[in-house]
Ligand binder design. Structure first.
Ligand code: PLP
Length: 391
């Protein structure tokens, strides 16, 4: 990447702000169809567990390659309900990475179990068999494997440790791997349809997928007050359903998820082609996987200064997990299995830069120019290799 003087030509040519994500543009061509489906639901008036929820559950299960999908109210409930259906309860430990969205761990204590935090691989931001092994104890009942930022963590290697895996696939709809899609890899998996996720509803929504029919049956009961028939209540459950309107909206979008995922991968390709990897550390795909990058998260030793410089240049950016979950006040009662050096470093150095299904070559070049200009200003470190040379 050629050095640009700060305020040099690339600055003059980069007036258009680049948003962190763009969920609106991909939906524009689907607008009329979505409004028509919403109209049908209103006419039909079966607003709770109606035909669209059932149809979406079938279509989504088929898409991920699992036998069952069960719609729930959001991705956080999905984790709690899936863990309970897997038999997790008081006295159990559940291993979870600390470098993730808070909800991955927050969903554990409501089951009665205790979160035990494990480390990640710095380059992929995902847990590995080694980081999970370091946190195993005789009380470990399950591991929540987070497919962070759309990467696909190595589920089979972790199951080979002899522990049940719940995939937190909230950020990985549309990703693929040699072993299959997220949602088909562990004992069960959870998804969020929060509007900014790769497959986003017009409100909250979530799902649990599994190929274990008995587990699916328990999930269906738990989402409806622990009852199968609304007459007998077998369990203390939840009122946690995917809304019929949201299901109708998601059904219009699902056939487009793969094309959007290709757009996200193309955007990552544009960054690579623009030479961004010569300036800062890019996220690395787990071997055998094709991530549908939900967020595109780079690393830089002076991430906060880079963030300021990018913002000043109109490039939207965000440090999502500056304080890792194990250091959040609400988690002070729970322990970390070991030191979490990669988590601490990722927390300190990560920065999400613009990513969407429609992020084009020009935008990627604009972002890369802004990173280069920031580097030349002597603020962030120039590149991963330069950083290593200094270290
Ligand atoms: C978004 C998210 C969740 C929670 O999903 P909600 O639908 O917002 O409850 C859980 N885990 C991860 C990794 C997420 O990104």
């Amino acid at each position: 990447m050629g050095a640009q003087a700060p305020g040099g030509p690339s600055r003059i040519l980069s007036p258009v702000p680049v948003p962190l994500f763009d969920t609106q543009t991909p939906l524009l061509p689907l607008r009329d169809e979505i409004l028509a489906r919403i109209g049908e639901v209103v006419e039909d008036s079966r607003f709770i567990l109606g035909p669209n929820v059932g149809a979406f559950e079938q279509e989504f299960a088929e898409y991920v390659g699992a036998s069952h999908a069960i719609g729930v109210a959001n991705g956080t409930d999905a984790i709690t309900i899936a863990l309970r259906a897997m038999g997790v309860g008081p006295g159990d430990e559940v291993i979870v990475p600390s470098f993730t969205f808070y909800a991955s761990a927050e969903a554990i204590p409501p089951t009665g179990a205790t979160p035990v935090f494990c480390d990640i691989d710095l380059e992929t931001f995902c847990v590995t068999a080694d980081t999970v092994r370091a946190a195993l104890t005789p009380r470990t009942k399950a591991v929540i494997v987070v497919h962070l930022f759309g990467n696909v963590a190595p589920v089979a290697e972790i199951e080979a440790l002899g522990v049940a895996v719940l995939e937190d696939a909230a950020q990985a709809a549309g990703s693929t791997s040699d072993a299959g899609r997220p949602g088909s890899l562990g004992t069960a998996a959870t998804f969020s349809f929060f509007p900014s996720k790769n497959l986003g509803a017009f409100g909250d929504g979530g799902a649990i997928t599994t190929s274990d029919s008995e587990l699916a049956d328990r999930v269906r009961m738990l989402r409806f007050h622990g009852s199968r028939d609304k007459v007998t209540y077998d369990h203390i459950g939840y009122n946690s359903r995917l809304d019929e309107l949201q299901a109708a909206i998601l059904r219009v979008q699902l056939p487009h998820l793969d094309a959007w995922a290709r757009g996200r991968r193309a955007a990552a390709g544009h960054y690579a082609a623009a030479g961004l990897g010569d300036l800062i550390a890019l996220p690395v795909a787990v071997s055998g996987c094709e991530p549908a990058w939900h967020l595109y998260v780079v690393r830089d030793r002076r991430a906060d200064e880079l963030a300021q410089a990018l913002s000043a240049a109109g490039i939207d950016n965000k440090a999502y997990y500056r304080t890792p979950v194990h250091r959040q006040p609400a988690m002070s009662a729970y322990r970390t299995a070991v030191e979490l050096p990669a988590t601490e470093e990722a927390a300190r150095t990560h920065l999400a830069i613009p990513m969407s299904a429609v992020l084009g070559r020009e935008q990627a070049m604009e972002v890369t120019d802004a990173v280069a200009a920031a580097s030349d200003g002597g603020k962030p470190t120039a590149s991963a290799s330069a950083r290593e040379a200094v270290a």
